[in-house]
Unconditional design. Structure first.
Length: 167
């Protein structure tokens, strides 16, 4: 795509080119199920309609539609945008796996950090209240980490929420 920005639409200004590329990217994404010719025709019809309504996206583009070279370059841009969309769609499963892996790594890092820290006062209080509520004998919380206490609290809650009570 970067290569195309340097080669296509050499007669347009930097701002015109940028605006056209951005608009075409979203336009092609919106009409991705159609082929390049249909997208080009739709784009021209839309721009003519907005020009007639005196509210064009691009004031300069109407004169450019008469040039064959401009239409060829526009078709190349549409094809490239369609190709980019296909590549992005093909990469979706891999990106999803990467997100899941990153999520697991963050969880591991947080648990490692918690395993090195002493429990908070809130955790100790909550553990104490849970033990009183469910008539459970408290275990010694000395030398336990935040992670250990979190796991103990989670175990108590799981046992009593499912109705299974272990001694």
């Amino acid at each position: 795509m970067y290569y195309l920005k340097n080669t296509l639409f050499a007669d347009l200004t930097k701002n015109q080119k940028s605006a056209l590329f951005g608009f075409m990217k979203s336009f092609v994404k919106k009409h991705s199920q159609k082929n390049s010719g249909e997208i080009l025709t739709l784009f021209i019809e839309d721009e003519m309609y907005y020009y007639e309504q005196k509210n064009p996206h691009f004031e300069w583009i109407i004169q450019e539609f008469e040039k064959e070279s401009f239409l060829k370059e526009l078709t190349k841009l549409i094809d490239e945008n369609k190709k980019q969309l296909q590549i992005k769609e093909a990469q979706k499963p891999f990106l999803q796996k990467q997100k899941e892996l990153a999520k697991q790594q963050r969880k591991k890092a947080a648990e490692f950090k918690m395993s090195k820290q002493p429990p908070t006062k809130k955790q100790l209080y909550y553990y104490d209240m849970l033990c009183k509520k469910y008539n459970i004998t408290q275990q010694s919380v000395e030398n336990l980490s935040r992670l250990d206490l979190k796991n103990m609290i989670g175990k108590i809650i799981d046992e009593h929420d499912t109705g299974i009570e272990k001694i």
